[in-house]
Design a protein around this ligand. Structure first.
Ligand code: SF4
Ligand code: SF4
Length: 159
């Protein structure tokens, strides 16, 4: 399923962007309830532990607060967390030195789940408010996240 996801998502990407473009501004702004309902529906059906594609391929940006929490969880100094696991990317943000994520276990569990970065907790953002602000990003996320792909396909079918 994951193997073909990027190809499948790319195939419909133009159509999905066109769908959002065709919505009247007010309709786009009022999408939150529909998207949140689809988010619940799809995540009831999809098992993230059978996927973990985001943890394998997307690196979260880590804030100072994330680093503080991870350091406390691992009983390390913050500088040690940075030295062992992080690098600064081209935008000046902390990201993991390499992917898959160093905290991803072989059974797809997260080794620091309770203290994982905020970006990990919030991904893929389909339950956040003001969805219209991230609709283009969500279309891109469909290449990585099968749940996002399904949410967008069901959204298009509903309209
Ligand atoms: S910290 Fe945990 S949730 Fe975040 S990418 Fe790594 S394994 Fe996944
Ligand atoms: S890519 Fe999406 S479905 Fe897969 S583990 Fe991440 S959030 Fe869950």
């Amino acid at each position: 399923m994951i193997k073909d996801l990027s190809e499948k998502a790319l195939k419909v990407e133009k159509e999905t962007l066109q769908f959002f473009k065709s919505l009247p501004k007010k309709r786009l702004r009022d999408l939150d309830d529909t998207i949140h309902a689809l988010h619940e529906e799809v995540f009831d059906e999809i098992d993230c532990l059978a996927c973990a594609n985001c943890c394998r391929s997307l690196g979260p940006r880590l804030t100072d607060r994330d680093i503080e929490r991870i350091a406390a969880a691992l009983r390390l100094k913050q500088q040690e967390v940075v030295a062992r696991y992080l690098r600064i990317d081209e935008d000046g943000d902390y990201v993991f030195q390499s992917m898959p994520c160093p905290f991803l276990c072989s059974d797809n569990y997260c080794n620091i789940y309770a203290d994982r970065p905020r970006a990990c907790r919030e991904y893929p953002h389909t339950d956040r408010k003001k969805f219209y602000q991230i609709h283009a990003l969500t279309v891109r996320n469909a290449q990585t996240c099968p749940a996002v792909f399904e949410i967008l396909e069901r959204l298009k079918r509903e309209f």
